[in-house]
Ligand binder design. Structure first.
Ligand code: PLP
Length: 437
């Protein structure tokens, strides 16, 4: 058999350096390789396997749907598609709204922008997103992203995208002294950026309501203030819930932590939508936005949008989150994880900041010096000891995700508490013994 290393182009890596074990199976928070080595998955792979690996109810639903009907296009109805749309509208409280199904997160964000522009009668309207954000790797999604890894590939202005500074309270771009001040100044700046373009020229603000793989967690007051800034200017607010949705941040959708004060006009979903059992994304539109499109032609769509197999997986996934109480579980274990990490911070000097923990998503930011907050490596370079941490983690049976000077902790919501605490103990040992200068 040809080695995968020699035949496949892999994403986000140097081809010659790719040398990963082949995964042969998984169950719950664990997966294992061909040699039978088991790994506790502390990142839900790409923060997507929220239900754990091979959730039996989702696997069963896929099998049953495959036997009934694998595929019809959007020109025809498909029962799991309709039922999943209904569940998403119910869970988000978007009564009277509509759902557009996509293949994943990037095209969900692209479509959300298309719908916001069309509904707002601003066909080329500007979209505001944040520096250091990640919204996907298709061309328009790269333009939406403020991601240094891809910024040379695309000129955001060509796509009518403006980037604004993120509410990064630990290193506030506005020099704030507290989380609350950073939230206020960052949100106010978005309003000013809309005014600088002119409200009639800006179609939408697209941002993550809580956390992202950039490791920035919006301080508490930010999202509701953003809602005020956008609503008062007639600009749609799009919540990118691709990573933060489906319990990851302790709610079905992260904006719900703020109640009605946080309700966006549109939101985008993927990842946890099927718990990564099959590819699927979605744009959920409010009644107001959907009604503006009701008699308009939508000149868009991809062959596999609303694929019945993926929708059946999504439907079973939503049911599994509900039946297994995973949103509440994530909230409780997330708080526990955060408390453990804060205690660890007291013992391990390289930990500069601990963020998140609204659900099972937390960020550990590593610094050379707590007083100066100098990162162990300049963003977004990866310190060699970070790579060692990943290697040694695997040897210890734990799969950790790192990015730049951050360790991102996002295990499946089904993880056993004992396994979680065991992984944190290993993390502490690695952070305390690796060389960070
Ligand atoms: N938006 C956010 C917040 C993400 O974290 C990601 C993926 O990591 C995406 C969008 C892109 O999703 P996909 O990889 O399914 O295109």
């Amino acid at each position: 058999m040809t080695l995968e290393r020699e035949s496949v182009l892999h994403s986000w890596c140097v081809q010659a350096e790719w040398n990963a074990p082949t995964v042969a199976g998984g169950e719950g928070a664990f997966f294992w390789d061909e040699q039978g080595r088991r790994y506790l998955d502390m990142s839900s792979l790409a923060e997507c396997a929220n239900l754990g690996h091979q959730h039996p109810a989702v696997v069963r639903a896929i099998r049953e749907q495959a036997e009934r009907l694998c595929f019809v296009t959007a020109a025809w109805g498909a029962e799991p598609r309709a039922r999943l749309a209904e569940r998403l509208l119910e869970k988000s409280g978007f009564e009277g709204g509509r759902v557009f199904f996509t293949l994943g997160g990037a095209d969900a964000n692209e479509h959300a922008v298309k719908f916001a522009r069309q509904a707002g009668l601003k066909p080329r309207g500007w979209v505001l997103t944040r520096d250091r954000s990640y919204h996907g790797a298709s061309y328009a999604a790269m333009a939406l992203s403020g991601d240094a890894r891809v910024s040379h590939q695309v000129d955001a202005a060509d796509f009518h995208v403006d980037h604004v500074p993120p509410p990064y309270a630990y290193r506030c771009p506005f020099g704030s002294a507290s989380d609350a001040e950073c939230a206020e100044r960052s949100a106010r700046h978005v309003g000013q950026a809309i005014d600088a373009r002119g409200g009639d020229e800006v179609a939408a603000v697209l941002m993550e309501p809580d956390a992202g793989t950039n490791g920035i967690v919006a301080p508490d007051g930010y999202w509701p203030r953003l809602r005020e800034e956008t609503a008062s200017r007639g600009v749609y607010l799009i919540a990118d819930e691709v990573m933060s949705g489906f319990g990851r941040c302790g709610e079905w959708f992260a904006w719900q932590r703020h109640g009605e004060a946080g309700r966006p006009d549109l939101m985008t979903l993927a990842k946890g939508l099927t718990g990564a059992h099959l590819p699927l994304g979605a744009v959920v539109l409010s009644r107001e936005v959907a009604s503006r499109l009701e008699h308009e032609r939508l000149e868009t769509g991809l062959t596999y949008c609303g694929h019945p197999l993926s929708c059946a997986a999504g439907l079973a996934a939503v049911q599994a989150y509900e039946d297994d109480g995973l949103v509440e579980r994530s909230r409780a274990l997330g708080a526990r994880m955060r408390a453990e990490l804060e205690a660890m911070q007291g013992r391990v000097p390289v930990i500069g900041d601990v963020r998140g923990g609204h659900g099972l998503f937390a960020v550990v930011e590593l610094v050379k010096d707590r007083a100066t907050r100098e990162p162990v490596s300049a963003w977004a370079q990866t310190h060699p000891s970070m790579e060692a941490l990943v290697r040694r983690g695997r040897v210890g049976g734990v799969s950790f995700a790192v990015r730049g000077n951050l360790v991102l902790l996002a295990p499946p919501l089904v993880i056993r508490e004992g396994d979680l605490l065991g992984a944190l103990t290993l993390l502490e040992r690695l952070l305390a013994t690796l060389e960070w200068s």
